[in-house]
Design a protein around this ligand. Sequence first.
Ligand SMILES: *Cc1c(COP(=O)(O)O)cnc(C)c1O
Length: 237
Amino acid sequence: MASIQNNLAQTRARILQAAKACGRSPNEIQLLAVSKTFPAEDIRTAFSLGQKLFGENYVQEGIAKVQALHDLRPEIEWHFIGPIQSNKTKDVAEHFDWVHSIDRLKIAQRLNDQRPEHMAPIQVCVQVNISGEASKSGVMPNELLNLCQHISEMPRLCLRGLMSIPEPTDDITLQKKAHRSLFELLQTLRNSTELDQSKVQLDTLSMGMSSDIDAAISEGSTMVRVGTAIFGKRTYS
Ligand SMILES: *Cc1c(COP(=O)(O)O)cnc(C)c1O
């Protein structure tokens, strides 16, 4: 409890500081607490301290927590940020408010088809492969417009923006360079006449994690996804 409280306060202070340093309003930057591998009780603690947005990477684990914490609805908001296999789209569509990790048409189509009618449209970001490594997920930048055009036509998905997981580096110049390129891709989409702007709401840049919050905010992030700095070091079993 005490450490989550301190960590959350420090993370919020860091966001304020980073926003101030580049002349942005801190209100433009949301904090998504990434709770993968941590128990539902840690989420409840963070929620009691005013944290409302939580991110999960693994479908089964995420759903177990969504269900364990159903009493925190509707204030709590659940974001799915991990890789999605097509046999898991129904589970994601039925339990999460946001999906940040859409990287192919088939997944978008299935989420759209499987979103229950009584729920609001899923708010989605397209994950972009910024570093260009073959091993990383994410759509390549030259395929981005096409995927976004398709998503814009899906009534049960609301396209909110872009997400990336750049190659880890301690070099702040390289961190900024990667974030800058995602920012520019979003700008290009927002200015594109090939995308029906009335069918999208491109206001979200999901970028920045514990080790590159500051660089991400200086390059325009509107949602930082922070795990370790809030909940501590993860151990995978
Ligand atoms: C785990 C994870 C994070 C959080 O990473 P930390 O370095 O622990 O802050 C953010 N985004 C995604 C997609 C993740 O999988």
